[in-house]
Design a binder for this molecule. Structure first.
Ligand SMILES: [Fe+2]
Ligand SMILES: [Fe+2]
Length: 356
C-alpha cells in the first residue's frame, strides 16, 4: 500500500523539478524573523476629551505611542487602520457602548488577542459582570489613578508580547511548510488548499474551534519534516529505492520534532505524525490501525489524498472529481482510509457546490 511505487502519494515528489534559486529562499527566510521591538501602541477611547487627553499624556510620558478616539466607531476605524497593542475604553459613550465594542473585537479572530481594558464607574459592580461577559481582559475604575494605569498597561503589554511571539513562531513554521512545498513545483498550492479544505471538513463535522484551527495549521505543517529529505529523493518521483523510501518515511516524525517545542501546536502534532497511517495498519510511522489513529490526522488525510489524486504529476495525470471519488471509496473499502470520513468529505463537497 505505502510502497515506494505508489504513484498517488504526494510524498513521492516529482522529478525534474527546478528548485527556486538558493539565494532567493535565503532572503525570504531572513525576512521571517521577528522584527526588532517597537514602541507599544495604545488606543484610548473616551468621549470626554479631558479624560482621554490626561491618559494619553500620562502614557506618552511613560514612552508609549498613544492614539485617541472619542467613540467606538472612530476607535474601530483606528483598529482597522493599524491594530494597537492595547485598548483602554470607556464603557458609556454616545453611540456604541464599550461593551459592544469589546465584544465585537473579541469575536473577530484578527483582533481578539488585543488586550482590552474597560474603564468603569467605581460603584457599579454590575458593569464588571457585563464587561467579563463581553470578553474584557481587565478593568480600571474611574477616576483612573496614574500608578494603577501604568501597572495594568505594563502587565497586559507583556502578555501581548508573548502572544505576538507565539504567533510569529507559528507563522514562521507555516511559512517554512510552504517553502518545503515550493521545492516541488508540482505540488504548488497543495498546502493552501489543504488548509482551507481540512478546516471546512472540520466545520462540516462540527468539530470545536481549536480542532478547526489545528486542521488549518496541519495543512501547512503536515509535510514540514520533508525539510530533512534531500532534493534528490524529494524530486525523484515514484521510483524510490527501499533505502530512499526509508528516508522519506521519516518526514512525519521529523516534522513532529520540529514543532514539539511550541505549545500552541499541541493539537497539530498528531496530524503531522499520523497523516500517513492506514486503517489496515499498513501505513507509517507507527503502523496504527483504524481505531488507534486519532481523528484529526484522519480528517486531514482524506483531504490530502483527494488533492493528490486531483493533481497531475509527471508520472500520472490528474483524475476527474468522479474518478477520484470512486478511487477513494474503493481504497477506503480496501482498508486505507476512514470510509465514514470519505463519505462526509464528498457530501460536504456536494453541499459546497450547491451553495456556490
Ligand atoms: Fe506527508
Ligand atoms: Fe500532503
Amino acid at each position: 500500500m505505502s510502497s515506494p511505487n505508489d504513484p498517488r502519494l504526494a510524498d513521492n515528489g516529482a522529478p525534474k523539478a527546478t528548485s527556486k534559486p538558493e539565494g532567493g529562499s535565503e532572503q525570504s527566510m531572513l525576512s521571517l524573523w521577528p522584527p526588532r521591538r517597537r514602541v507599544p501602541r495604545i488606543l484610548v477611547v473616551d468621549d470626554q476629551p479631558s479624560i482621554a487627553g490626561l491618559m494619553s499624556q500620562l502614557l506618552t510620558m511613560r514612552g508609549y505611542e498613544v492614539v485617541t478616539a472619542s467613540d467606538a466607531e472612530q476607535a474601530q476605524a483606528e483598529v482597522r487602520r493599524q491594530a494597537p497593542d492595547l485598548i483602554l475604553s470607556d464603557v458609556r459613550m454616545p453611540g456604541k457602548s464599550g461593551y459592544d465594542f469589546c465584544r465585537e473585537l473579541k469575536s473577530d479572530p484578527a483582533t481578539r488577542l488585543i488586550p482590552f481594558v474597560l474603564i468603569t464607574g467605581l460603584t457599579d459592580s454590575s458593569d464588571k459582570v457585563r464587561g467579563i461577559e463581553a470578553g474584557a481582559d481587565d478593568f480600571l475604575n474611574k477616576p483612573v489613578l496614574a500608578e494603577e494605569l501604568t501597572a495594568r498597561v505594563k502587565s497586559l503589554l507583556r502578555v501581548k508580547e508573548f502572544t505576538d511571539e507565539l504567533e510569529t513562531a507559528d507563522s514562521v513554521l507555516c511559512t517554512l511548510g510552504l517553502s518545503v512545498e515550493s521545492r516541488d513545483p508540482y505540488t504548488e498550492g497543495h498546502c493552501e488548499r489543504l488548509a482551507v479544505r481540512a478546516a471546512d471538513l472540520g466545520r462540516h463535522l462540527r468539530l470545536d474551534e481549536d480542532s478547526i484551527v489545528a486542521l488549518r495549521r496541519g495543512g501547512y505543517l503536515h509535510d514540514l519534516g520533508k525539510i530533512a529529505v534531500p532534493d534528490a529523493i524529494l524530486k525523484k518521483g515514484s521510483d524510490l529505492t527501499l533505502q530512499e523510501w526509508e528516508i522519506m518515511k521519516q518526514h512525519p516524525a521529523t516534522g513532529e520534532n520540529i514543532c514539539k517545542p511550541l505549545k500552541s501546536l499541541r493539537l497539530v502534532l498528531p496530524i503531522i505524525r499520523h497523516h500517513h497511517e492506514h486503517a489496515d495498519g499498513s501505513g507509517y510511522p507507527d503502523g496504527m490501525r483504524a481505531g488507534e489513529i486519532p481523528l484529526l490526522p484522519r480528517v486531514l488525510q482524506v483531504v490530502d489524498v483527494y488533492d493528490a489524486l486531483r493533481t497531475a504529476r509527471p508520472y500520472k495525470p490528474a483524475l476527474a472529481h468522479d474518478q477520484a471519488a470512486q478511487t477513494m471509496r474503493e481504497e477506503a473499502r480496501q482498508g486505507l482510509w476512514d470510509a465514514e470520513l470519505v463519505n462526509e468529505f464528498f457530501s460536504m463537497l456536494v453541499e459546497q457546490r450547491s451553495v456556490a
